[in-house]
Design a protein around this ligand. Structure first.
Ligand SMILES: NC(=O)c1ccc[n+]([C@@H]2O[C@H](COP(=O)([O-])OP(=O)(O)OC[C@H]3O[C@@H](n4cnc5c(N)ncnc54)[C@H](OP(=O)(O)O)[C@@H]3O)[C@@H](O)[C@H]2O)c1
Length: 338
């Protein structure tokens, strides 16, 4: 079987496609024939060595969906032929996050999904909704679970709440879809008017181009009649966090998720968080229980992930380059098998 690995270069990594023996599941494991993988910004962070993680030799990517082709000796509840997706953290099944789960992040500390066959923990997979294709299911494990965990599990999103999303990448587009379907109003931002029109079609109620409105927090304030929004899906990091805090309502919440502008300290004051009694929720994806709760919601609502483009398995490097170009709206997918 074929698998990609991250191979060190002078400054970062490159993708290498190699032949490997098909792995046999041990106790507590299943083998999954991967049909599709989706990329997340995190995969670019690893490939470009933006965070200094040591991932040499690792199979990259966290998000994939496929069919079980073998089960380990003691595995119950799973059968050959089941359609499943992997969980980002192979060991975080439910409840509170523990630091030990860091050791089980797919494509980080353990081998990920960009391979024809992978081994996963029997407790680290979910059945995905019947109405979704493998390519759609491959979009769920990181971006969708993160948006769900931020808005629903941690954010306790209520009917009529207001949500601000930043940009139109994977996490933000899922947040627009979930928030709209759950009866919240959404203010979406993007660098592109064309992408904002697509955000509106998904249910966003107000749109702000953050390139033509560099002081977008003032626009949010104006649109909310100086009340602010109840939830911010903060994927930008140091250069957007201060403005996001200027957008949040008294008693509102910020889901602190992303690092699109880097890993440094915030460039603007965090004081609005104090002055407005804001709750800042640090977010790291979510558990299998969150994934399953989200899948039930997807089944009821019949929502589908928004796929921008699908690349062939041997085009993985081009898929990463396309994600880096930030032309996409929603998710970028790699088809591994038909
Ligand atoms: N903590 C967690 O659990 C977790 C989970 C998932 C993702 N993340 C992080 O969240 C971030 C988003 O991940 P993703 O996979 O959704 O990324 P992505 O799909 O690569 O999103 C890229 C999009 O973000 C928007 N963007 C870029 N710079 C921006 C800025 N300065 N202000 C506002 N929007 C900006 C652009 O949208 P437009 O073209 O529309 O402007 C761009 O196309 C990343 O930093 C990722 O590492 C964290």
């Amino acid at each position: 079987m074929k698998a990609y690995t991250l191979q060190p270069t002078d400054t970062a990594y490159r993708l290498s496609l190699d032949e490997r023996p098909t792995p046999e599941p041990g106790p507590g494991q299943v083998r999954v024939r991967i049909h599709a993988v989706s990329l997340n910004y995190r995969d670019l962070i690893a490939l470009r060595n933006k965070a200094g993680r040591k991932v040499g030799g690792r199979v990259p990517t966290s998000d994939g969906a496929g069919v079980i082709t073998a089960v380990g000796p003691d595995v119950r509840h799973w059968n050959i032929g089941d359609r499943v997706a992997g969980c980002f953290f192979q060991t975080w099944e439910e409840g509170r996050f523990r630091l030990a789960h860091h050791k089980s992040d797919l494509g980080g500390n353990i081998d990920g999904m960009l391979a024809e066959e992978v081994l996963l923990q029997a407790g680290g997979i979910v059945r995905f909704p019947d109405h979704l294709t493998f390519e759609e299911a491959a979009c769920l494990p990181c971006a969708a679970v993160t948006a769900w965990y931020s808005l629903v599990t941690r954010g306790k999103l209520g009917l009529g709440d207001s949500v601000l999303t930043l940009g139109t990448g994977g996490v933000s587009v899922f947040a627009i879809q979930f928030a709209s379907a759950l009866g919240a109003t959404v203010i979406a931002t993007s660098s592109s008017d064309e992408k904002l029109a697509r955000a509106e079609a998904l249910g966003a109620t107000e749109m702000i181009n953050y390139k033509t409105h560099p002081d977008w927090a003032k626009e949010v304030w104006r649109l909310t009649h100086s009340e602010g929004v109840d939830h911010v899906i903060e994927v930008g990091g140091p250069e957007t966090l201060g403005k996001s805090l200027q957008c949040v309502s008294a008693g509102g919440q910020v889901a602190l998720i992303g690092v699109l502008t880097g890993f440094g300290p915030p460039t603007e004051s965090l004081f609005p968080a104090v002055a407005r009694n804001v709750t800042i929720n640090g977010i790291y994806v979510g558990s299998r229980a969150d994934f399953e709760a989200m899948n039930q919601f997807l089944t009821r609502s019949k929502l589908r992930p928004v796929i921008d483009r699908v690349f062939a398995f041997d085009e993985a490097t081009a898929a990463y380059d396309y994600l880096e170009s930030a032309q996409h709206f929603g998710k970028v997918v790699i088809r591994v098998a038909d």
